[in-house]
Design a protein around this ligand. Structure first.
Ligand SMILES: *Cc1c(COP(=O)(O)O)cnc(C)c1O
Length: 425
């Protein structure tokens, strides 16, 4: 048997940092990553034959657990008919109908292959539609590795200490205005200063690549109002929160209607899928109808569509969100009790099946607050959990996910491990 450490040795000779996506490398928590050889339900099996209860859920997509039978069957049926056609296929229509049905603001949709492609296209479309250049984003929000958006970004970039990536021309960066999240005054000021230059505002309505942050009451409404008044496109990046917070995402949960929505992760059922959707009038600016170019050789791929359709259909069955919420609350209550009993101060924001543990005395409202939380404690907590069979994201800036496959047994077991880990800090 080849161990994780042997595999990582080889991988480092072949791939930068031994990984194909930076956060997987465990650089912020220290140590070497494990390799996974298979995954089933709520469990990962490592190359070292360890079984881990997984709260990363492939960074969000696996809301139905790993290797879900229904999704696997859907892929396998599609596989019998061919892997890619390069022409329109019927799955694309079914997928579009589902998305338009589930996500309140979406009237038309374009399928892409990743969340990054969805946000990249959203920005280009907003610029093409408004004939303006500047965009507002928020510190700590991550929108994939799009040049214009990789400025004060969260997630991996933040974890590795370079929220501003090298390789992005200053001339481009100048078109991106970065504001602190949850600061109504900063928002008013930016709109006053840039009014008719603003093409779009893009945000994660619940920033979840900086842990998990909720907007203050009225903040999203203020944003919607300012965008409408100034003719800027409001883009919700719901790549993570879409189909996760509710079937219709944060926009349904908070009853706010964005102009464009970026989707990804759950929408692919574990295969590489993203989507951009929104008002028909704006979406029709995309080629071939409109002047904004966007394309994709494998976009709308039948296997990926089949997996995504199966994943979305299952969200409508069997009280999925209610079951997930109950598990989310159980974790939050267990961690809160452990905090009180151990005297270790922490915050555990939770909504539906997402949660994050910040080792901090005060609530986290923006990037600065998240940065100020205790990194040493988080890293120790991470490693203690991992040693005891529970895999949480390897960075204090990431959200945890629960799947329907976690069920009572894994949740009880994981809570015991996390509670013990807090007591041992
Ligand atoms: C993961 C993520 C992305 C990027 O999606 P990829 O599929 O990794 O390109 C964009 N926005 C948000 C909010 C995300 O969580």
């Amino acid at each position: 048997m080849t161990t994780s450490s042997e595999l990582f040795q080889r991988a480092q000779q072949l791939m930068p940092g031994g990984v194909n996506s930076p956060v997987r490398a465990f650089r912020s928590v220290g140590g070497a990553p494990f390799f996974t050889k298979s995954a089933q339900g709520a469990t990962l099996t490592t190359a070292d034959d360890r079984e881990l209860i997984d709260f990363v859920c492939t960074w969000g997509p696996a809301i139905h657990g790993h290797n879900n039978e229904t999704i696997r069957k859907a892929i396998s049926e599609a596989l019998n008919k061919g892997t890619s056609f390069g022409t329109p296929n019927p799955y694309e229509i079914e997928m579009a109908e589902l998305i338009i049905d589930l996500v309140p603001s979406v009237e038309k949709v374009r399928m892409v292959n990743s969340g990054t492609e969805a946000t990249m296209t959203a920005i280009r479309l907003a610029r093409g539609y408004t004939k303006r250049h500047k965009i507002i984003k928020f510190a700590g929000c991550y929108h994939g590795h799009v040049d214009s958006l990789l400025i004060k970004a969260g997630s991996g970039a933040l974890t590795l200490g370079n929220p501003d990536s090298a390789g992005i021309p200053e001339s481009l960066a100048r078109e991106t205005i970065v504001l602190p999240f949850n600061d109504p005054e900063a928002l008013e000021n930016a709109f006053a200063s840039y009014s008719d230059q603003l093409a779009a505002v893009i945000l994660e309505p619940y920033p979840a690549n900086v842990g998990l942050i909720f907007p203050k009451s009225g903040y999203l409404q203020q944003l919607r109002k300012l965008c409408s008044e100034h003719g800027a496109i409001l883009i919700f990046d719901e790549v993570m929160t879409g189909f996760r917070v509710s079937a219709g995402g944060v926009q349904q949960h908070e009853a706010i209607t964005p102009d464009l929505t970026a989707l990804g992760k759950i929408i692919g059922g574990g295969l590489p899928v993203g989507a951009l959707g929104g008002k028909a009038e704006i979406m029709d600016y995309l080629a071939p109808l409109g002047p904004v170019y966007q394309a994709g050789t494998l976009s709308g791929n039948p296997l990926a569509m089949a997996a995504g359709i199966a994943s979305l259909r299952m969200l409508e069955e069997g009280n999925v969100y209610q079951r997930l919420e109950i598990m989310g609350e159980q974790v939050r209550e267990a961690i809160q009790t452990a905090s009180k009993e151990s005297g270790i101060p922490l915050q555990i924001p939770q909504v539906a099946s997402m949660f994050c543990i910040y080792f901090s005395e005060k609530p986290v409202e923006n990037l600065d607050d998240a940065t100020d939380t205790n990194t040493d404690r988080f890293n120790k907590f991470f490693h203690t959990c991992l040693e005891n069979g529970v895999y949480i994201p390897p960075s204090k800036y990431e959200a945890n996910f629960i799947s329907t496959a976690h069920q009572q047994g894994s949740i009880d077991q994981a809570c015991d491990v996390m509670v013990e880990a807090i007591h041992s800090l």
